[in-house]
Ligand binder design. Structure first.
Ligand SMILES: CC(C)(COP(=O)(O)OP(=O)(O)OC[C@H]1O[C@@H](n2cnc3c(N)ncnc32)[C@H](O)[C@@H]1OP(=O)(O)O)[C@@H](O)C(=O)NCCC(=O)NCCS
Length: 236
């Protein structure tokens, strides 16, 4: 990581450093999903401590350095949680976190989580990060069902869920207290079969298709030779 210090702006630190080796796992056109980095713990901590963000994800700040380290270590150690740093491709700056939680390999299901730093919102990064996470869940982990709970005042996440084919499967009435009153949460889910029928782009499937194409091009071609009266088949 190249570290030249951070600039503070109204509750949002603009990292002036970038990740020298972001090690992308999943590639989008705007963002990549990269591993969680120990060096980024102060940023993760800042994002989740912001009260607006905490309200939207149902977290209860304050979170201290120890809390965030414990969170980071859980994602490193547990098979049931996968976490990624969302990295802006143009700058290699870490701009958010995307997670799969409660991964149950017997049921092949998981819950999605997402945070973007304030200054990086409304640029399409959230939607692309979720699309990459869904691609990873269905096409790398071979999960069958994804779910997410979205509070009724979270328009951005509802828009992302709907645009990627998630459907509302229930309402958790008055399940969250925010801004002085109770709110409902919508339970969204998406099944692998629905995802595959939809038109959500998949970088994993694109990669496999590219390999198939290359394999086909370099495979020995079958030719038909005519020998005298009969015909013989051969490989070139
Ligand atoms: C949710 C979040 C990740 C969205 O990321 P984003 O990069 O701003 O979203 P995008 O730019 O990809 O926009 C996705 C859609 O949401 C819409 N949108 C974005 N911000 C919105 C807002 N504040 N209110 C309503 N709609 C919004 C966009 O218009 C877009 O809709 P479209 O696909 O119909 O055009 C981001 O707002 C965030 O980090 N919020 C705090 C944490 C959070 O809510 N996490 C999810 C918990 S379930």
């Amino acid at each position: 990581m190249s570290d030249t210090g951070n600039v503070q702006r109204a509750g949002d630190t603009i990292p002036t450093w970038h990740l020298e080796r972001p090690c992308p796992v999943m590639h989008g056109s705007l963002v990549s999903l990269c591993p969680l980095f120990r060096e980024c713990i102060p940023l993760y901590m800042e994002w989740v401590n912001d009260v607006e963000c905490a309200l939207l994800i149902g977290a209860v700040p304050p979170f201290k350095r120890e809390d965030e380290e414990a969170w980071y270590n859980r994602y490193r150690a547990s098979r049931g949680n996968k976490g990624f740093t969302i990295v802006e491709k143009a700058t290699s700056m870490p701009v958010g976190v995307a997670t799969l939680d409660n991964i149950l390999f017997n049921h092949r299901s998981a819950t999605l989580g997402l945070i973007l730093r304030k200054g990086s919102r409304r640029k399409g990064y959230g939607r692309e990060a979720v699309a990459l996470l869904v691609d990873y869940a269905f096409n790398v982990l071979n999960l069958n069902r994804l779910e997410g709970h979205v509070f009724d005042f979270n328009g951005a996440t509802s828009a992302i869920a709907a645009s990627l084919g998630f459907r509302i499967v229930g309402t958790l009435r008055q399940s969250v207290f925010a801004g002085g009153r109770y709110h409902d949460a919508m339970a969204y889910d998406l099944l692998a079969e629905e995802y595959r029928k939809g038109r959500t782009p998949s970088s994993v499937c694109d990669l496999v298709a590219q390999h198939q194409l290359r394999a086909r091009r370099s495979a020995p071609r079958e030719t038909v030779r005519t020998t005298g009266k009969g015909r013989a088949r051969g490989l070139t």
